[in-house]
Design a protein around this ligand. Structure first.
Ligand code: GNR
Ligand code: NI
Length: 167
């Protein structure tokens, strides 16, 4: 199975707000599996459906060392959040750039799994950061939005130049 194409900043499609998944059916499960494959191949520790141009509230994550703990979160909601943590973040849609971003250090979230069953998850540190990063994608938000305008423009110019060379 070929990996899905990942949209890159400043593609305006990354700015769309994703819609809730109404029914977790086989097609959604297949999409989640394809997204995991795309994420592992990239490689990355998370991927939001928005990044593969599917504007539905679905994210996949694996922060484990051995890449053997895939998480699929459908319609994720953060219920509780506490503390602060600053981590250098990267993004498959902003390739090659890493900048520190402030996030909640610990969160509790509710989501629906690949099997259609609701579940809750407590997360801290990198997993918590990754969930927040992916949930931002569902709102059309990117980590570069937390940087200064100057830095964001510099990144945009560099990426646009690379994208023109590849076209
Ligand atoms: O692969 C990724 N690494 C990463 C590192 C720090 C904080 C967040 C991330 S998510 C990113 C993959 C991605 O772009 N997900 O949307
Ligand atoms: Ni990202």
């Amino acid at each position: 199975m070929a990996p899905l194409e990942i949209l890159e900043f400043p593609d305006p499609r990354l700015r769309k707000v994703a819609k809730p998944v109404k029914l977790v059916d086989g097609r959604i499960a297949d999409l989640a599996d394809q997204m995991l494959e795309t994420m592992y191949e990239a490689p990355g520790i998370g991927l939001a459906a928005s990044q593969v141009n599917v504007h539905k509230r679905l994210i996949v994550i694996d922060v484990s060392e051995n890449k053997d703990q895939p998480l699929i979160l459908i319609n994720p909601e953060i219920r509780l959040s506490e503390g602060e943590i600053e981590t250098p973040e990267g993004c498959l849609s902003v390739p090659g750039f890493y900048e520190p971003v402030m996030r909640f250090q610990q969160i509790q979230c509710d989501a629906i799994g690949r099997d259609g069953e609701p579940f809750s998850l407590e997360a801290s540190d990198l997993l918590a950061v990754c969930i927040q990063h992916e949930m931002d994608h569902l709102e059309g938000k990117l980590f570069v939005d937390y940087l200064t305008g100057t830095k964001r423009q510099m990144i945009r110019k560099k990426l646009q130049k690379l994208q023109k060379q590849q076209a």
